[in-house]
Write a protein that binds this ligand. Structure first.
Ligand code: CTP
Length: 412
């Protein structure tokens, strides 16, 4: 993941209106430091926060703010600019620009360029935490993600408006590093990666089930990050209301046993198995054919143990004439994170385990997390970040460990 991956890359940096617009000045510098050729377009609202002159000085190029600038159109017209770009990055991307992009609007220079260009688009959102959490913003982002738009960040923390929460623009260095990942060498080119994600639901009767709080976000992010690294990705998803990441093949299941069957069917064709699903350990011994009625007495459910999918795959990881399957498990723990996770790593004979603390609002439902990666003889702490950023770092670590013989894996 070197920043020289951006050398000579023609980056169109779009800056939309918001207080974080001033941080785009730093980003312009960082992109140029990384060797990119940068041209900046400001929306009219962005130009109320920062002046075009700032960006002209930093990029060494004329800055555009309007579709209706005759002199600029006579020099490099907007269609030429759209063709010139090899990558479009909008930072900060306001809630408004995200909404306009999601709906294919072309009502200013920046959105017109996005429609007129074939270049991949990345957006780094920045807005008030309430606006970020709003269902309309999240629906617009889901739509953009299904079209292959990269959403970088946002970070969490204190905001200019005094609120605290998600919605801060990622730091310039982090944006440059994420872009470099996309343009660097693909670490898993051609590898076949099987990912499980989401919860499982175990039916009690036709209307009730036993489930868990997993949203599937981490597993879906892992699938996306693996696809970005050039892998052929097959995602087995428990009930999760999330869009399928671009380029990923998805199979939906409901119960642990359905997930078990789907995974065992795919295992012979895979090189890496990442078991991010929160598989229910138990299911009701019998599923009632009709809705259970109140009787006034205590209702006792007898639970039967589900197959441990990962342990079963681990028992078959060695295959004659083929390299072992690289196995990655997740450990969600409410206490004794490292010892509990390391015990699972050893017990299930895994190559890597991803430990995360759950409970008290952490982990399952959240959009960000903090992870501890453990492998035989080593570990790495991934500080709090959104799940996609964590998934990308995880995939880099998996690729690195896979490239080393098992006995000589680096310690950190
Ligand atoms: N797992 C699995 N099948 C199960 C249970 C868990 O494949 N029936 C996988 C999960 O996908 C995860 C790992 O095993 O990658 C650890 O899951 P976790 O629930 O934390 O651990 P358990 O093995 O169930 O142990 P415990 O419930 O004692 O914490």
């Amino acid at each position: 993941m070197t920043e020289s991956a951006l050398a000579n890359l023609r980056v169109l940096l779009g800056v939309s209106g918001g207080i974080a617009a001033y941080k785009a000045a730093e980003l312009t510098r960082r992109l140029r430091d990384a060797g990119a050729d940068v041209r900046v377009v400001l929306t009219e609202n962005a130009a109320r926060f920062v002046t075009p002159l700032t960006f002209q000085a930093l990029s060494g190029q004329a800055v555009r703010t309007s579709l209706w600038d005759e002199a600029a159109e006579a020099a490099m017209g907007h269609i030429e600019l759209a063709r010139w770009a090899q990558r479009i990055v909008i930072a900060p991307a306001s809630a408004d620009v995200i909404a306009r992009l999601a709906h294919g609007r072309a009502d200013d220079l920046l959105t017109t360029l996005c429609l007129a260009s074939a270049a991949p688009l990345a957006i780094a959102p920045a807005m008030n935490q309430q606006m970020w959490a709003h269902a309309a913003t999240q629906a617009n982002l889901d739509l953009l993600r299904t079209r292959g738009v990269d959403v970088l960040g946002p970070a969490s923390g204190s905001q200019a408006c005094g609120d605290v929460g998600a919605g801060r623009l990622l730091e310039a260095d982090a944006i440059v590093a994420e872009l470099a990942t996309r343009h660097g060498p693909k670490l898993l080119d051609g590898a076949r990666v099987l990912v499980s994600a989401g919860p499982t639901y175990e039916d009690i009767d036709p209307v009730r089930f036993i489930g868990n709080r997993s949203s599937g976000r981490m597993g879906f992010a892992v699938a996306q990050a693996a696809a970005e690294q050039g892998a052929q990705v097959h995602l087995i998803a428990g009930p999760a209301h999330l869009p399928t990441p671009a380029g990923v093949t998805r199979c939906d299941v409901r119960s642990a046993r359905e997930m078990h069957a789907a995974i065992m069917q795919q295992i012979p064709q895979c090189d890496i198995f990442i078991s991010a699903a929160a598989v229910g350990d138990y299911r009701p011994g019998e599923v009632a054919a009709h809705k259970l009625k109140k009787t006034g007495a205590t209702l006792r459910l007898v639970l039967t143990e589900n197959p441990d999918i990962l342990a079963e795959v681990a028992a078959h990881k060695t295959r004659p004439g083929k390299p072992d399957i690289f196995l990655v498990g997740f450990a969600a723990e409410t206490q004794n994170l490292e010892t509990g996770a390391r015990a699972k790593l050893e017990r299930k004979k895994l190559d890597l385990i991803v430990a995360n603390r759950v409970g008290d609002g952490a982990g399952f439902d959240a959009t960000d997390n903090e992870l501890l990666l453990l492998w035989p003889g080593g570990k790495e702490h991934l500080p709090r970040a959104d799940k996609l950023a964590l998934a990308r770092s995880l995939l880099v670590r998996i690729a690195g460990l896979r490239a080393q013989p098992a006995g000589r894996r680096s310690k950190r």
